[in-house]
Design a protein around this ligand. Structure first.
Ligand code: HEC
Ligand code: HEC
Ligand code: HEC
Ligand code: HEC
Ligand code: HEC
Ligand code: HEC
Length: 420
């Protein structure tokens, strides 16, 4: 009977499990239809001013709706934000201050359920976006750090195994010797007794053991050799370099939490050789009103000669902020951002790492020639619809037909070929 009750228990457990799964599946499916309704509303009414993962005219709604959990407030805000502002709701006033001078449309036509669906959709969408790994796993990262760690660990492993082997063999040889000696009735000094009576004798014994001395020398040479090898490889490689910047500007906050697009500040990366560091006027788009009391923000004001009280600029008092450069190729190497970002479509993170999680930027990739070359060997070029490659193909055809080809046809009048 005991086994029967056991079977019954198991049976009821599986039934519970199935019911649970079914319930979960149903509710997920139900939520999906809600989210689908929400998506339609969101796309028709909100996308003019909002993105889920980026600040546009209004805040990035993904993080905004995840941080703000008071759905009653959100519903009121979305239906009629003007009413909330007029009533002096502190949350509403705060967000209006943050987005100084921009107003949101009212949507009194949306029912509570409609708004609920929009919120469900935005949160679900944000969850899938934010749970996606931010850095492309195929991205060439800091692989090219000289000899790989595997080799070093492999060497250490071999050394340890060899050491153990030698000790065991030594022991075996020792006992064999003793057996032989016993047979010949010769007394061998007991090592333990020796060790207790005189340490120097032990040292002498070790030094006399040529195999052991040789082994220690070999180990020392391998260790010093690998250390020297690694050091030489990494001369002038500054992976991890992270200078302290004059203003505590955080990418983790601005590019990570607030989802400001890299392009907003480093637009140069898409159209020129240099990614460029934004001028402080870009910061003022927000910091004229955001965190005006912060000492860090006052450094921006001082640098621009801006007086927050009178809201006037005094250009004679301005002195530029001296950001400390993190990435720096030697002048003998030519690197062009737009060619990689725009033409090849490589993400910033492939070379700079997860910048949006860095409070202070550090150098993520080694920036060695090996690093450049390895990526060039591995990365396929997308030549379709690329005017430059079309011109190369055209030149190729001309050469085949024996026609005249000028340097211009090969791109010799492109500004970037001659100019930095
Ligand atoms: C005309 C542009 C515009 C449209 C359209 C718009 N918004 Fe906004 N939204 C804003 C601006 C600007 C803000 C920032 C606050 C302010 O200045 O009014 C904002 C703020 C918000 C906030 C933040 C409120 C808070 O306190 O956290 C939410 C939520 C929001 N919008 C949802 C929506 C939804 C949902 C829709 C579509 C039904 C929508 N918005 C359509 C411009 C717009
Ligand atoms: C709000 C403006 C802003 C945004 C948005 C922004 N950055 Fe920056 N970035 C800066 C400023 C200012 C500096 C210089 C200070 C520093 O190094 O932290 C900088 C420095 C850097 C550096 C180091 C440059 C050097 O000195 O070698 C890298 C790399 C970088 N940003 C990449 C990114 C990437 C990638 C993104 C998008 C994920 C991004 N940034 C978004 C303002 C911004
Ligand atoms: C799109 C708007 C926006 C831009 C552009 C922007 N910031 Fe910010 N910044 C913010 C917001 C919002 C906060 C955080 C407010 C908070 O903590 O409540 C902030 C916080 C900061 C802080 C921390 C202040 C403190 O004391 O906590 C610093 C420093 C800062 N920003 C520097 C900069 C610099 C330098 C730039 C220009 C390269 C810049 N920001 C551009 C919106 C912006
Ligand atoms: C293929 C690799 C690669 C990609 C992709 C890349 N960078 Fe860079 N970045 C570099 C290298 C290399 C340097 C150093 C350039 C130098 O010293 O001349 C650099 C330097 C910088 C600097 C310092 C200032 C400057 O212009 O030299 C900033 C800022 C920067 N990158 C931002 C970005 C942003 C933002 C993106 C994405 C839009 C991006 N980078 C994409 C490799 C890359
Ligand atoms: C993440 C991969 C990657 C890394 C890292 C990288 N590159 Fe590139 N690079 C590319 C790709 C892809 C192209 C081809 C773009 C195109 O279609 O024109 C390219 C093209 C180039 C070209 C143009 C070649 C030509 O014939 O027109 C130069 C020059 C260049 N890279 C220099 C560098 C330097 C210097 C570095 C290292 C500091 C570097 N790259 C690092 C992917 C990379
Ligand atoms: C075949 C190489 C080559 C090409 C392609 C080329 N340039 Fe030049 N450019 C030069 C040389 C060399 C100089 C310097 C000689 C001089 O000053 O007379 C120069 C000078 C200049 C100057 C003057 C700089 C100064 O400070 O005096 C400008 C501006 C300029 N080029 C712009 C361009 C633009 C824009 C393009 C693309 C449409 C371009 N160049 C294409 C070789 C080239």
């Amino acid at each position: 009977m005991r086994s029967f009750s056991l079977i019954f228990k198991q049976f009821s457990r599986s039934v519970l499990l199935i019911v649970g799964f079914a319930f979960w599946g149903f509710s997920a499916a139900y939520a999906q239809t809600d989210a689908a309704k929400g998506e339609t509303i969101f796309k028709s009414k909100c996308t003019a001013c909002h993105k889920i993962d980026q600040i546009m005219t209004g805040p990035a709604l993904g993080p905004q709706l995840t941080e703000e959990t008071d759905d009653k407030y959100l519903t009121k805000w979305i239906q009629n934000n003007q009413a909330l502002i007029a009533a002096g709701n502190p949350k509403a006033l705060a967000i209006v201050k943050k987005f100084d001078g921009k107003a949101m449309t009212t949507f009194t036509e949306l029912s509570d359920a409609d708004v609920g669906n929009v919120i469900t959709y935005v949160r679900a969408e944000w969850k899938t976006i934010s749970e996606k790994p931010k850095v492309d796993p195929n991205a060439p990262g800091a692989e090219a750090k000289g000899p790989s760690e595997l080799v070093v660990w492999g060497l250490i492993g071999i050394v340890i195994i060899a050491f153990i082997l030698i000790i065991v063999l030594n022991k075996a040889a020792g006992s064999l010797e003793r057996v032989l000696a016993n047979n010949k009735n010769i007394v061998v000094e007991d090592e333990a007794v020796v060790a207790e009576t005189d340490k120097n004798v032990l040292l002498k014994k070790i030094l006399k053991n040529k195999k052991l001395v040789f082994f220690i020398l070999v180990c020392g040479t391998i260790a010093m050799g690998s250390w020297g090898w690694v050091t030489l490889w990494n001369t002038n490689v500054h992976t991890g370099y992270q200078p302290v910047q004059p203003i505590k500007y955080s990418h983790e906050l601005h590019a990570g939490q607030m989802k400001i697009d890299c392009q907003y500040c480093h637009g140069g990366a898409y159209k020129s050789k240099n990614a460029s560091i934004p001028s402080l006027n870009v910061c003022m788009n927000c910091h004229k009103v955001v965190k005006t009391e912060s000492a860090e923000i006052h450094k921006i004001y001082d640098a621009l000669g801006y007086d927050p009280k009178t809201q006037k600029y005094d250009s004679t008092a301005a002195k530029p902020i001296q950001w400390i450069r993190v990435h720096n190729l030697p002048d003998l190497a030519y690197f062009n951002h737009s060619q990689h970002v725009k033409v090849a479509g490589i993400k910033c993170q492939a070379c700079h790492g997860p910048v949006e999680t860095m409070k202070e930027v550090y150098q993520y990739s080694p920036l060695t020639m090996k690093w450049c070359i390895q990526c060039h060997k591995r990365t396929e070029v997308n030549a379709k619809g690329n005017a430059y490659y079309d011109s190369i193909l055209a030149a190729h055809d001309k050469i085949k037909k024996g026609e005249k080809v000028t340097a211009a046809v090969l791109g010799g009048i492109e500004c970037g070929k001659c100019h930095y």
